[in-house]
Ligand binder design. Structure first.
Ligand SMILES: [Zn+2]
Length: 303
């Protein structure tokens, strides 16, 4: 959006402010250095009318929710954007007042946790991609009759995308299957941890716990703990708030949103978002369709 358009929109709301105060957090990026979010906050914004909703859209804030909601939505905002939002009078609640402080605190915690042993303490902190791959290697070594690993594709930056099939040996071969993907959105670090825990509970419970045994004998569980390895690694090394993959779009921008790029119902309801669409979902027309067809889709499609 042009600054002129924004000024016009804000002026129409009867509000004046210093536009210079709006700085894009990405502009603080220095090559090779983690992106910093000094002065940024995460807020939940709840527009009460269409004028407010329109003003929020014009600001092109950095979306934190999975989709831009019709009601309350989370955004990452600079101090300048926060000032504008307050002057417009849009109802907002601060979720994280100081994003950089939260990132620093988390980083310090992760360094203290290090390579925690595989007991329940392992689940107390997020884990790197290498740690998660090793965790699943150990489960496969422990119960190869219950869990098997498959390489379903390579990421654009050349990282393996591993899937794991968990099911009880023998029995009905045509059992239903359930697919779980982790890190379609890179920064959602809880997702591979959830799948690690789920896998461990199934693997260690098989033959021990009748309920778990029945779950594995009746259903096939297909887990892809890190379906977006490039984005996940990038969220650890460079940008904690990164959401997409790391596709070079060729126009200076990087990343498309994997969960808006399945060949079925592309973009979903975000198609209605018009000009905002590209920011949320990346480029249209299945930019990653080929990769998908070579990876998860091919793996899932009967051969
Ligand atoms: Zn998400």
């Amino acid at each position: 959006m042009s600054r002129r358009k924004l000024m016009g929109a804000i002026a129409a709301l009867g509000v004046s402010f210093a536009l210079g105060a709006i700085a894009n957090a990405d502009e603080t990026f220095e090559p090779g250095q983690p992106i910093r979010y000094d002065g940024c906050a995460i807020v939940t914004i709840s527009p009460t009318n269409e004028v407010q909703a329109q003003a929020v859209r014009l600001l092109e804030l950095r979306l934190m929710s999975c989709a831009e909601g019709r009601t309350c939505t989370d955004y990452l905002v600079t101090s300048g954007e926060m000032a504008v939002l307050r002057s417009i009078g849009v109802p907002l609640a601060v979720v994280t007042a100081d994003v950089q402080a939260a990132i620093d605190e988390e980083r310090a915690r992760l360094e203290r946790a290090g390579d925690a042993p595989r007991g329940s303490a392992w689940f107390e902190e997020y884990k790197t991609r290498d740690q998660i791959v090793t965790f699943f290697d150990e489960l496969v070594a422990q119960r190869p009759d219950v869990i098997t690993q498959e390489l379903i594709g390579m990421s654009l930056e050349g990282r393996e995308i591993y899937a794991y099939e968990l099911t009880g040996p023998g029995g009905e071969p045509d059992r239903p299957a359930l697919l779980f993907n982790g890190t379609q959105h890179a920064r959602e670090w809880i997702s591979p941890m959830t799948l690690s825990f789920f896998a461990r509970e199934l693997v260690t419970g098989y033959g021990e716990d009748p309920e778990v045994t029945a779950l594995l004998d009746g259903v096939k569980y297909l887990l892809v703990p890190i379906v977006n390895p490039d984005g996940y690694v990038y969220s650890w090394t460079t940008d904690r708030m990164w959401r997409k993959n790391r596709r070079d779009n060729g126009d200076g921008s990087f990343g498309v949103d994997p969960n808006r790029n399945w060949s079925f119902e592309w973009g979903g309801r975000d198609r209605a978002a018009g000009a905002d669409r590209r920011r949320i979902v990346g480029r249209p027309r299945f930019p990653n369709r080929k990769r998908r067809r070579c990876g998860t889709t091919r793996w899932l499609t009967p051969r």
